[in-house]
Ligand binder design. Structure first.
Ligand code: CA
Ligand code: CA
Length: 475
């Protein structure tokens, strides 16, 4: 929060306490303050109301720490301070007048965010009269919340108190302003990428110490971000076999991971392939879920994700890119015309780019500094000569290709190429005799010009030497 806003809030808070009639010290919000809620009808009601009021579709845990501070003129509001919201719709913001049987309320809601270090207002409501149920509600319907962004919201209330004795007397009018509440926005549906990917594979060579990873979905605003993981052996997710809480976000990589050690698996009855060493079993499907915590506020669990431990050389058929496992851009370059990474899957087909009006098809322009992860349908084997071809479209661009054992590596470079129509790479320069996961890094500087086809324009990845024997993937 910027200092000016903070100072303003402090003065507003003082105003709130001056106009507040209700005794009690508040005690940090939530239902913990209900004991002092004299004159308030709503804290107990509130937790139920919070659940049913959670109509924004974000599924955040509205039932806890609803922030109802009974020293105020309101008892409930939503979303909770610090709530995590998913993109894909506008949130409904609401406040409940804790003494709606004694007075009426009219609200104006404000929604703001930060751009280039300055607070900017995103939307402001018309005057919203409280309903008969005591709630004032506003959905900023023209607003699309951006993922990986922090928003703030607040409201200004005008309460009208009729004289309780003399109905002809002029009503008392009080104005109050709320605190400012933080709203953090993550992608709709949670994690766009995981490792293993949903319905994906885990190389049987990795299953002794399996690693689960989620794409970092919130990096804005200097918040403390951690992730929780739960690992299951049954599809009904009856009870997690193992879990990890508050795994610190990996701020260097684009994924945060949790590796389950062989010893821990052994101690929990997972004996591994040889029945004694510990680990996961081959050709077996496992399940997991994960959630994000931002400054201590937890999202819903996302998942369940499933994966199957496999000899990677035995799965898949065609030698083309089959799945996008990561697509990370490091800047906003709005001039790009083709930004769908799935255009890089399948056989080469790019054509037709002429200009803004005829953007062509069949390729994705990566932009400078971007990362594109692709899982090949069929693992690539190292044989004599080149093993994998990257088809580039339109121009010559500098890129580096990496091979990995999973969606998150570990990565080994196959080299750098100033790639034209296509460029070929030899897996033999790595320590890997086979690979199913590849990563393209766009090496042009992110400070270079943004234009319609900035960065490598990837059309296709094609395996030149496919793994044909399962022995290839035995270490
Ligand atoms: Ca080779
Ligand atoms: Ca293509």
């Amino acid at each position: 929060m910027e200092p000016g806003l903070r100072n303003k809030l402090i003065s507003l808070l003082l105003l709130v306490f001056v106009v507040s009639q209700t005794a009690g010290c508040g005690g940090g919000g939530g239902s913990g303050s209900s004991a002092s809620a004299t004159g308030s009808d709503s804290v107990a009601d509130g937790s139920g109301d919070t659940g049913s009021g959670d109509t924004t579709g974000d599924g955040t845990d509205g039932g806890t720490d609803s922030g109802g501070d009974t020293t105020r003129d309101y008892s409930l509001f939503f979303p909770d301070d610090g709530a995590i919201y998913q993109t894909g719709g506008a949130p409904e913001l609401w406040v409940n007048n804790s003494q709606s049987d004694e007075r009426t309320g009219v609200y104006v809601f404000y929604l703001a965010t930060e751009e280039d270090g300055a607070t900017v207002e995103v939307a402001q409501s018309e005057e919203v009269a409280q309903g008969e149920d005591g709630y004032g509600r506003w959905t900023p319907s023209d607003v699309t919340l951006e993922k990986n962004r922090e928003y703030w919201w607040r409201w200004r209330a005008t309460y009208t108190y009729p004289d309780p004795v003399d109905s002809t007397a002029e009503s008392e009018v009080r104005v109050m302003e709320s605190d400012t509440y933080t709203l953090r926005v993550i992608p709709s549906g949670g994690f766009p990428y995981t490792s293993p990917r949903t319905l994906g594979y885990m190389d049987s060579n990795l299953m002794a110490n399996p690693t689960l990873a989620v794409y970092n979905i919130y990096t804005a605003g200097g918040a403390l971000v951690t992730y929780d993981f739960e690992f299951f052996t049954d599809p009904a997710l009856t009870a997690p076999l193992l879990g990890a809480e508050n795994v610190a976000m990996n701020s260097v990589e684009s994924f945060t991971s949790w590796t389950i050690s062989q010893d821990l698996l052994f101690a929990n009855g997972q004996l591994g392939e040889d029945g004694v060493s510990g680990g996961l079993m081959p050709d077996t499907t496992y399940f997991w879920q994960a959630r994000i915590n931002i400054d201590g506020y937890s999202s819903d669990w996302f998942g369940p994700f499933s994966f199957t431990t496999s000899n990677i050389c035995q799965v898949g058929r065609r030698g083309y890119g089959g799945y996008i496992t990561e697509w990370t851009r490091v800047r906003v370059c709005d001039d790009l015309l083709r930004t769908d990474p799935t255009e890089a899957l399948g056989p080469t087909n790019a054509d037709g780019f002429i200009s803004q009006d005829e953007p062509g098809y069949g390729f994705v322009s990566m932009d400078n500094g971007a990362t594109l992860g692709i899982e090949m349908d069929r693992a690539i084997a190292d044989r004599t000569g080149y093993d994998i071809r990257v088809y580039e479209y339109w121009s010559q661009e500098l890129l580096e290709l990496f091979a990995g054992r999973s969606e998150i590596g570990p990565w080994q470079s196959l080299g750098v190429a100033f790639c034209g129509d296509y460029c070929d790479f030899d897996l033999g320069v790595t320590e890997y005799g086979y690979a199913k996961y590849f990563k393209i890094l766009s090496l042009a500087s992110p400070t270079d010009e943004c234009y319609q086809t900035a960065g490598p324009d990837i059309d296709s990845l094609e395996g030149l030497s496919l793994a044909s024997s399962s022995d290839t993937c035995l270490q």
